[in-house]
Write a protein that binds this ligand. Sequence first.
Ligand SMILES: [Zn+2]
Ligand SMILES: [Zn+2]
Length: 235
Amino acid sequence: MTDMPIRAVIAPVTPLQQNCTIVWCAKTKKAAVIDPGGEVPRLVKALADQGLTLEKIWITHGHMDHAGGAAELKRVTGVPIEGPHKDDQFWIDRIQESGEMYGMPEARIFTPDRWLEDGDVVTLGETQFEVLHCPGHTPGHVVFFHRETKFAQVGDVLFQGSIGRTDFPLGNHQDLLDAITGKLWPLGDDVRFVPGHGAMSSFGAERRSNPFVSDRAIAASKSADYTAPKNTSPG
Ligand SMILES: [Zn+2]
Ligand SMILES: [Zn+2]
């Protein structure tokens, strides 16, 4: 694995054990923190321990457990916040409120330095990630994809064995299914992904066995007497 252009470590944060990921360009040691939900001092220490220079803060969506520490991480390091898509503004506006609810009073509202759109490219050192707009869990949810290494950070779009909840304001179950099958699956069965919560998996494994979005489940969902399995996912 020594020739890999990027490296990543997962650092679960917040009481919701959200998979914050530190990803970096192996050549330049420039790093991005994806979804710093909280525990900013720990993240700053992890960056220092790896000898990394933080260059970007990337946000998949506006939920507190993913974005609650972004403002503080920017304050401490001075680096820009990129993402999510602007349709998640109303979630970012609620971060402080949800932070108090979950016992994280340090969670702060922010304005991203750059809103992201489907098809955007974000750079990190000498490498780059593609941005896919995948609404459904939240309307402005984005996914970060590194094509060379077939690596994706998908936030709360897809989990090992489940998908994101869609019972929040402006959630939409069909939009989520369309994003997963129409945008993620075409990237390839061999894409490995970090979900917002829980273990890593691959798109191929989920197409085989995910009760919500396996090829078989999607085919069944088109029949008249279909009822979706109950979604008890954490995000
Ligand atoms: Zn989450
Ligand atoms: Zn979420």
